[in-house]
Design a protein around this ligand. Structure first.
Ligand code: DX5
Ligand code: ZN
Length: 216
């Protein structure tokens, strides 16, 4: 199990220390939520901030782009220091093109699906995807409640990946807690994103341990 804490719930005025604290606590990934106020009703940050964070951290930057037509900005995010670039299927007219664009930059391509978006959308792309992100809330804000049908979606996706003989990772994002983490990893989730249920309960090393115990 990989835990990718969502910086959306961190102290934005203190990002350098937050990143260092994560690294010190033994985390390897960090989830960066990029929102444009168009694809989702909220605005966060973009490549310049990621570039600044990159100077201060060696964590794996798991970049979740909640922006319309993300193909316009792939090079910017790659140059800023993203390790994985995850785009929303709903935000791309030519999803395969955007995934290839990400791979061409040398970064890991991933696709996110909103709760209502069918898995069929990414069926043919699986072999070229490092990860599929199942959104378990409607994207835009931290602290929302997990939508229960997303657990079935994870199980179906796991089966699709096995049937395709692919090694695509499954990530889940939204309403993930230490209480539902075990059920999610048992269903096939490889990467748990957690914002409010992680940053709200320091110290981070202890919190990581709680999540790890829950997934045993
Ligand atoms: C929501 C973001 C999430 C968010 C999760 O649109 O994609 O990454 O930070 O926050 P929690 O874990 O609080 O639901
Ligand atoms: Zn996210």
């Amino acid at each position: 199990m990989i835990l990718s804490p969502s910086m959306l719930s961190s102290d934005f005025a203190n990002m350098e220390n937050e990143l260092k604290a994560l690294e010190k606590a033994g985390l390897e990934w960090v989830h960066l939520d990029i929102m444009d106020g168009v694809f989702v009703p909220n605005i966060t940050f973009g490549p310049p901030i990621i570039k600044a964070m990159r100077q201060k951290s060696n964590l794996f930057f798991d970049c979740h782009l909640m922006i319309k037509d993300p193909g316009r900005y792939i090079t910017d995010f790659a140059n800023a220091g993203a390790d994985l670039i995850c785009v929303h299927a709903e935000a791309c007219d030519h999803l395969e093109r955007v995934c290839s664009q990400i791979a061409e930059t040398g970064k890991k391509p991933a696709v996110a699906l909103n709760p209502h978006t069918p898995l069929e959308t990414i069926k043919y792309l699986l072999p070229q995807l490092h990860m599929v992100l199942i959104m378990s809330v409607n994207p835009g804000f931290g602290g929302q409640k997990f939508i229960p049908f997303c657990l079935d979606k994870v199980k179906e996706l796991k089966k699709m990946i096995v049937d395709a003989g692919a090694d695509t990772l499954i990530q889940i994002d939204g309403g993930v807690t230490a209480e539902n983490a075990g059920e999610l990893t048992a269903a096939g989730v490889d990467v748990l994103v957690s914002g409010s249920a992680f940053f709200g309960y320091p110290p981070y090393a202890e919190r990581l341990k709680t999540f790890q115990e829950a997934c045993k």
